[in-house]
Design a protein around this ligand. Sequence first.
Ligand code: TXA
Ligand code: MG
Length: 341
Amino acid sequence: MTPTQVLPVDPRSPDSATIDVAARVLRAGGLVAFPTETVYGLGGDATSDAAIRAIFEAKGRPQTNPLIVHLAETSQACELASHWPESATRLAERFWPGPLTIVLPKRPGLAEAVSAGRATVGLRVPDHDVALAMLRAVGLPIAAPSANRSTRVSPTCGHHVRDELAGRIDLILDAGPTPVGIESTVVDLTGERPRLLRPGAVTSDQLAAALGEEIAIVEVAASGQHALSSPGQMAVHYAPRTPLILVDVRELEEELAVSDLMRIGLIVPQPGRGEGDLRAPIRVEWQSPEEAARGLYATLRDWDDEDLDRIVVVMPPPTEAWRAVRDRLWRASRRWARPEG
Ligand code: TXA
Ligand code: MG
């Protein structure tokens, strides 16, 4: 057991003494959970083999799944790539700091395990004052996966991190809820065409507009299992403990009838489509994809705590704006999915 210190920190004007504590822990090879605009990350010195090993251990993460390296500035990211294409400059100028991870060929210098044996590295400058202050203070590249135990949903609040990692890490910087709520968009620039490995708040349309070229989309759902290019794209990922059933709006009535005697949590995107069903008094309505992303993981965790029998979600419309939320919902439902056909 590692005693875990929790330090509250103002999300907009972080106290420099608190940031210095975090920087010191990181420089000594320790692990610090910190807020980003997407989700909380579990940070460690990306140049230290021991720190990276400790991250994998604390999470129970498979060694095959590479970590994202976080930096305070684009110029620091350039130094970690063996080749920095014009397309990376365009994306960095347009979206950094922000919820976008860029995969590029890596330069030697980082701990081997960061890339899980690959010749590439995922780089990101996060848009959160606490993360940026910490990265500036420590002056090192910081590897950070989401600060949850492997296969659980990502933490969007300090107390989510505490619930999962207390006793396993050194420090949690608690700055309250994270504004975006789902993990960054991951785009791979190492091939002939840019490829979207994980959808997020930055949409493929926005990427295409910034690059002036089309983005190839790696469909996790279509491959049905591990997409090899992004090994973290495992189907059983981001799962709550409560069975989550994803239904088309036309199947909702039937699903609620089948689940008649159960305690159900119902999620309805864009109400009006799913109609107000009074048999599910525990319900959340999303007015927009942004609102959905912000609240999704906290809702799943709350409902796990309430011991509901089932979570029923009406699948949002198949538009680009909803792609990332649909992706996370699809994964969250895989464990309990009924055979197709
Ligand atoms: O928003 C986020 O990205 C958060 C915050 C903390 O920055 N981090 C995060 O990390 O979600 P993690 O480890 O939970 O997810 C990283 C994703 C995985 O799907 C992983 O496979 C992919 O990025 N990834 C990282 N490095 C990669 C690489 N070199 N090639 C392909 N995929 C990579
Ligand atoms: Mg993760």
